[in-house]
Design a protein around this ligand. Structure first.
Ligand SMILES: [Mg+2]
Length: 304
């Protein structure tokens, strides 16, 4: 078990999340900044992707594993510190129930008329679990399923999280992965992801050459526009495969897909960081990101 790995993933996620969030500006302006590789003005604000990933790392640090009750409490505590961090509507609903003391086993399965959530929220926070248990691939799957179930009961919401955590474990085990081996990660993830729409998307990603344009990739895989695991995870993992040795290029490509750009950048950032290490995250990007330790008192302006 490696808490250090989990923290590298968290750094990668949080820099990606905060970077991506800064591109929720007028589309023409976003495209122009991306074309010019112009970094956003700092500070870059953390959103729910980082805050919920932080709860995962806090749980691993305190419990040595994913204790889902502790995790639900940690989600609730961090939500209470500052609820205005871009949480989605369903996340507000669930987290407010947790704050009231309701049991995740009761409330999570009831959402969306009893089908549970297949949103991308369990996937966005899954990389630290794969990083922590990198050398125990079966454990990664079991622990990630537990972590996802606290908020995402739908099998595809869980599959999206498993796919990201499995990718994290594979990358941490095989680091440094060479640029020509990015597709091997996707092949492995496809093999261990449960059947459903996310796995179908991974199948399409496997058939998409890595030198295709991002516009083509978005037309085939989506870009998180539906906030679903199935239209977020396949594109994110394709971007990781394409730029597995280069953190900043990975994020410039990912943000150029637009869509749910804080979350796609969070997923990609967490995974590529596990290959390049904390020192592979550009230092000016790290210092632009809001602090992970005193974020709750910061004057945030993103999210609702
Ligand atoms: Mg967010």
């Amino acid at each position: 078990m490696s808490l250090e790995n989990a923290k590298v993933a968290l750094d990668g996620i949080s820099v990606g999340d905060a970077f991506g969030q800064m591109f929720f500006i007028r589309e023409n302006e976003a495209r122009e900044r991306i074309r010019a590789r112009a970094l956003p003005p700092s500070p870059w604000y953390l959103t729910d992707d980082s805050i919920m990933s932080l709860a995962i790392v806090e749980t691993l640090e305190e419990c040595g594993e994913i204790d889902p009750d502790f995790l639900a409490d940690q989600f609730a505590k961090n939500y209470t510190k500052n609820p205005r961090r871009g949480y989605g509507g369903m996340a507000h609903h669930l987290l407010q129930a947790f704050v009231r003391g309701e049991d995740w086993r009761e409330v999570a399965p009831k959402v969306f008329d009893g089908s549970g959530s297949y949103g991308n929220g369990a996937a966005m926070r899954a990389a630290p679990i794969g990083a922590f248990f990198a050398n125990e691939p079966d454990m990664i799957i079991l622990q990630t399923e537990l972590s996802a179930s606290v908020t995402h009961s739908h099998p595809d919401g869980i599959a999206g999280a498993v796919a990201v955590a499995a990718a994290a474990g594979w990358i941490a085990r095989n680091s440094p992965v060479r640029s020509e081996d990015g597709m091997k990660m996707l092949e492995y993830v496809f093999d261990v992801t449960g059947v459903g729409a996310t796995r179908d998307g991974l199948s399409k990603a496997l058939g998409l050459p890595l030198d295709y344009s991002i516009e083509t990739a978005v037309s085939v895989l989506g870009n998180g526009h539906e906030l679903a695991a199935f239209d977020t995870v396949p594109l994110s993992l394709w971007c990781v495969a394409r730029h597995i040795t280069d953190y900043s290029e990975a994020l410039w490509t990912t943000v150029s897909a637009l869509g749910d750009r804080d979350t796609t950048c969070a997923i990609v950032g967490g995974l590529v960081a596990l290959n390049v290490g904390a020192s592979g995250i550009p230092s000016d990007w790290l210092v632009s990101r809001e602090s992970l330790t005193d974020w709750e008192t910061s004057d945030e302006k993103w999210g609702d």
